[in-house]
Design a protein around this ligand. Structure first.
Ligand SMILES: Cc1cc2nc3c(=O)[nH]c(=O)nc-3n(C[C@H](O)[C@H](O)[C@H](O)COP(=O)(O)O)c2cc1C
Length: 147
């Protein structure tokens, strides 16, 4: 099975996940929004929290949406305000995942993402969802990635 990991990271947790997923045989495609979150903590929380709450689709910089050569798509997103991040909203809006095996890897501060998992399961009933707690800090969390 050919696998592609499509991911976004703002503060590096997604990057740590991508290295592990690469070791497990997936190709990588990192999503970069044209305008990333502000640098300050408060700015990040206000801007990212708002964007996620309204399901905003961030404009992406040079993203290649051709996934035809892959059987499995793994989507990596930080949790923002209990939701998927805005750059990944754009990816999900643009990709046709109906014929693909789909796995989500979500990274969050709490290691929980119950609301997001519920929403994802509604929209993608056959997708697997793996939730990690700050994998940059807690390396053991990467062992949950069984793709
Ligand atoms: C705007 C914003 C909102 C967040 N909201 C949550 C949240 O609701 N629950 C949670 O557990 N972590 C939350 N976090 C923490 C991130 O999900 C967590 O640090 C994640 O690992 C970041 O991934 P990254 O380093 O790849 O960007 C939030 C972070 C940001 C920037």
């Amino acid at each position: 099975m050919s696998k592609l990991f499509v991911y976004y990271t703002n503060s590096g947790n997604g990057e740590v996940v991508s290295k592990r997923v690469r070791e497990l045989g997936a190709d990588l495609r990192r999503v970069q929004p044209k305008k990333d979150l502000p640098k300050s903590f408060l700015g990040k929380m206000l801007s990212g929290g708002f964007q996620a709450s309204v399901k905003y689709k961030a404009k992406l910089d040079n993203f290649d949406f051709d996934i035809s050569q892959y059987d499995e798509i793994i989507i990596g997103s930080p949790i923002w305000n209990g939701r998927i991040s805005s750059p990944i909203n754009s990816v999900l809006g643009a990709l046709d995942l109906t014929e693909k095996k789909v796995t989500f890897i979500l990274y969050s501060a709490s290691g929980k993402a119950d609301k997001s998992v519920q929403r994802i399961s509604k929209e993608y009933p056959s997708a697997r969802v793996i939730v990690l707690k700050e994998p940059k800090k807690y390396g053991d969390e990467l062992e949950k990635i069984d793709i």
